[in-house]
Ligand binder design. Sequence first.
Ligand SMILES: [Fe+2]
Length: 200
Amino acid sequence: MTSPLPPRAPGDLRHPTPTSLDELFALYEEHGQRNVGDDVTIVEHALQCADLAVADGATDELIVAALFHDVGWFVTGEGPRDHLLTDHHAAAGARILDPIFGAAVAQPVALHVTAKRWRCTIDPDYYDELSEGSKINFIAQGGPLGTDERASFEAHPGFVTAMALRSWDDRAKVRGRTVRGLAHYRVRALGVARRHASGT
Ligand SMILES: [Fe+2]
């Protein structure tokens, strides 16, 4: 299935939507080398995020969410430099991941931009500490949460996992950091996909 979005400029990040675990890994392996604005490539950012999740003792589902949380960039064509666009990559990523891995992976991905907006809303120092790419995109992502949006997110059952993913995401932009490669996560991801497929 191809993206329904209109044609974009040369260098467009968009690719066909991955529909299986193999297609997901292939997308990162073959197209993850693009720098998206924070001195790291997409795949470096993904691997650093997953590595931080492992270090924090996260569940396999959250580690997989950390690894693929920005997969929506590949199908929306949006990245941190596309600050004039509304950011849909979180919802797009969740739509990709839900049929492959289930809600425990898709939900924190869907909420990871809201988590950033929430943190910016309640913690003025947080915004100052964001990377430049993340700052650029903040307004396009909706800016600070309104009172009702904030209360709704705080009451959401996915609040804690979304905030955990957010904390790894924000720290996963260190140029040159050595981390394990994509292959390290394939068995773990396969286990999550199989548990989802079997309903366990
Ligand atoms: Fe990210």
